[in-house]
Design a protein around this ligand. Structure first.
Ligand code: MOS
Length: 760
């Protein structure tokens, strides 16, 4: 009788260091602008000095006279570029405003691109391009004259169905305790460290694009469409991305311009835009406004929730995040009423930015929840407990798993929440007022169609190929872990290739879907190899494992092993198969997704599913606790302590996970206290478009930061059991901080960021 061999040492779930860490810290990792080129030309952008109006004339004489200038692209010599539709998500165009003129639709719109032998010559000439504008008065933001408002459901593909349940007006009217308040969040820019570079090289009619990208297949197909050529002629290479945060999931207008320039010059062209140009040639998180009404009984049980949101977008494009799609499922609300309005202004089109739907909407809701707790005289953790639910208040669907209260309990314990004096202003430390606050973090679990190719070589090496994107998410690392575990080889034997549109396609690296989607595809390819190996070993006429059933064999340490210890090396099994190597290509389709999705993915369209959309609600959740200290006289605000506990299904790698959660919470501090793009309201222009004036936290702003991983199993979300987590932890931080500020000072700040001047 034989028994099954022990499970191989699990590579998944181990805190292995980041696969590319050494390359990154030694500078060996090649980012988009780092690839060696043969005789490149350099591009420099000229961007609009007005936000609204027309170009009357462009005088290029002085620019052309700069030595080394090769060509200047303007509206007059770029007409072969095809306009393509605005298409948020799924790899389309980030904006419909793609022309260089004569209409000017936002400040900083690209109006010309200078090409020269050197970067310095291109820049000098760009400054000498004389553009005469006929300027009109632009509408900058909320409250500006000339903005227009519309119902998001009428114009947005993303927000067709409005979450509603019961009669919220009646429930709110008869509730024992109610909250009715307005909240706001500012414009923010992603500011990835790596600038919005593009390098294009043509060779034999084939275009190669080096550009930091969250969706190489999307970029490839959209650029081909823009240029009017077959997608097969375009290759996008993006092995490392120096920050993305949603700014690189779609095609921005610069890419096709660089491609066109390289074609005209018959020379590689490299564009490295400046930091301030990045504020207007790509996307940003738009400012939002909210009115929230909550109604509850004296016991804290919610009976009604109404959330009305307003979001700024550009004049032509109906971009909207519509976070009520998520917030409406968070608690057992009773009756729910939601509405989202788009407000069009003369701005560049906004886009996805780190946890896009939930960040502003959950800030508003979680601050309102704290206000309700105060009004009820109830502990804010207990208010969440009373309203915790395993069932969707909108459609009655169950959660696939939900560990909100285990997160609250673990984080509260670690934080020492029970020692909190609920009385406002009661806690002090010397000259500092101390405030403790908490809030919920939530992020929809997304999953997308993905493909992968895995190859096992006779020497036991494994190559994993999928066009996923290393945006800091650790995808190299987790894919290596997945393959190592499934094929029973050491992690060091696995080589992962991502970020190249000649590899099998993977979805956009957005919505925190990458690990779940691409691990599922790699798992499938590995299991096909595994099945072949075990069959070959067990059905052999001779050999150490002949006659065993595949079910009793395990793959471990580069061998197939039976329960009694007999074993055969993978290389020997490959020989038995007569194969030099085994290669498997796999296509992973999430449940409910039609097979046509594979063709769409190859065509650069990758829709994600999950969150509230399936038979079960799929969400990752967490709880965050913060301590703030506010100086009694100067009102300086510090955050000496934060604790976050998070549950996101199976954790592939606690080290990369912890790093994502820490980064998220730090970003939350940024949103709460530092970050805002200031807008000149008369010119509809970003004022602080540089790293000196755009405030983000530095090391000295972050003190103790504790992350707790709450174990959670969920077999419904996907075969890998993985919920996305990259975008979870910065949701809720800002509300926790604003709630703590209230606890310290009695000031309820409903508009982010919270600055010294708000507390004077
Ligand atoms: Mo994220 S905004 O989904 O890159």
């Amino acid at each position: 009788m034989t028994t099954a061999a022990p499970e191989p040492k699990a590579n998944m779930g181990q805190p292995v260091p980041r696969y590319e860490a050494r390359l990154k810290v030694t500078g060996e990792a090649r980012f988009g602008a780092d690839f060696p080129l043969n005789n490149p030309a350099y591009a420099f952008l000229v961007t609009s000095a007005i936000a609204k109006g027309r170009i009357e004339s462009i005088d290029l004489a002085a620019a052309r006279a700069v030595p080394g200038v090769l060509e200047i692209l303007t509206q007059d010599n770029t007409t072969e570029l095809k306009p393509i539709k605005f298409s948020p998500g799924g790899g389309g165009a980030s904006t419909s405003m793609q022309s260089l003129g004569p209409e000017i639709a936002h400040d900083g719109q690209i109006v010309a691109m200078v090409l020269a032998d050197t970067y310095e010559a291109a820049r000098e000439a760009a400054y000498k391009v004389r553009v005469r504008y006929a300027a009109a008065m632009p509408s900058a933001t909320f409250g500006s004259a000339g903005t227009t408002e519309e119902d998001a459901t009428k114009v947005s593909e993303r927000h067709k169905e409005v979450p509603q349940a019961g009669d919220a007006e009646a429930a709110l009217a008869s509730a024992a305790v109610t909250i009715d308040a307005e909240y706001g969040t500012p414009t923010q820019h992603h500011n990835p460290l790596e600038l919005f570079t593009t390098t294009c090289v043509w060779s034999d009619g084939q275009l190669t694009i080096y550009e930091p990208s969250q969706f190489v297949y999307g970029l490839k197909n959209s650029v081909a469409q823009k240029l009017g050529i077959e997608p097969d002629r375009v290759r996008v290479i993006s092995p490392y991305v120096g920050g993305a945060f949603g700014a690189r999931g779609q095609m921005t207008p610069r890419t096709a311009l660089v491609a066109l320039a390289a074609k005209k010059l018959n020379r590689p062209v490299k564009l490295v835009p400046t930091r301030d140009q990045g504020f207007t040639i790509a996307t940003y998180r738009a400012e939002t406004r909210h009115r929230i009404r909550l109604g509850a009984g004296r016991d804290g049980k919610l009976v009604g929730y109404s959330h009305e949101g307003w979001e700024i977008t550009s004049r032509p494009d109906p971009y909207v995040v519509a976070g009520v799609n998520e917030s409406a499922h968070l608690y057992g609300f009773g009756a729910v009423k939601t509405h989202v309005n788009i407000v069009h202004a003369d701005r560049n089109t906004p886009g996805f930015m780190r946890s896009p739907p939930v960040v502003p909407y959950i800030f508003a809701l979680e601050t309102a929840m704290d206000e309700l707790a105060v009004k009820l005289g109830m502990d804010p953790v207990e208010l969440r407990r009373v309203n915790d639910t395993m069932t969707d208040p909108i459609k009655g669907k169950p959660y696939s798993s939900r560990s909100l209260m285990p997160c609250y309990d673990a984080a509260a314990q670690a934080f020492g929440w029970s020692r909190r004096d609920a009385q406002v202003g009661a806690m002090r430390a010397g000259d500092w007022l101390v405030g403790w606050g908490c809030a919920t973090a939530v992020y929809p679990t997304h999953i997308g169609t993905a493909t992968a190719r895995v190859r096992l070589l006779p020497n036991g090496e494994v190559r994993v190929q999928t066009a996923a994107h290393e945006i800091g998410n650790g995808v190299y690392t987790v894919l290596a872990q997945m393959a190592a575990e499934r094929l029973g080889v050491p992690l060091s034997s696995v080589h992962v290739e991502v970020g190249d549109s000649t590899l099998p396609p993977a979805p956009v690296a957005g919505g925190s879907n990458t690990t779940a989607s691409t691990c599922s595809a790699v798992l499938k390819a590995c299991d096909a190899i595994r099945a072949k190996l075990l069959r070959a070993a067990s059905t052999a006429n001779d050999g150490p494992l002949a006659g065993r059933s595949p079910a009793e064999l395990r793959l471990t340490d580069g061998r197939a092993v039976a329960g009694d210890g007999s074993e055969e090396k993978l290389g020997d099994i490959l020989k038995r198969l007569g194969a030099g190597a085994i290669e498997e290509y796999a296509e992973f389709l999430p449940p409910g997704i039609k097979p046509e999705a594979i063709q769409s993915l190859y065509a650069g369209r990758g829709a994600l599913t999950g969150g509230p959309s399936g038979d079960k609600l799929m969400y990752a959740l967490g709880a965050e606790f913060v301590e703030v200290r506010i100086h009694e006289r100067t009102r300086e605000i510090r955050v000496p302590r934060m604790v976050g506990a998070f549950a996101a299904g199976r954790i592939m790698n606690p080290r990369t996970t912890r790093s994502q959660y820490m980064g998220g919470m730090i970003w939350g501090v940024s949103s709460a206290l530092h970050e805002a793009t200031e807008i000149d309201e008369t010119r509809a222009r970003y004022v602080n478009d540089n790293f000196a004036d755009y405030l983000v936290p530095v090391n000295a702003d972050i003190d103790q930061l504790e992350v707790i991983l709450i174990p959670e199993e969920d077999s419904d979300v996907n075969p890998a059991g993985v919920k996305g987590l990259g975008e979870l932890a910065n949701v809720g931080t800002a509300a926790a901080i604003s709630n703590a500020v209230y606890h310290a000072t009695g000031r309820r700040i409903r508009q982010l960021p919270i600055r010294v001047e708000n507390l004077l």
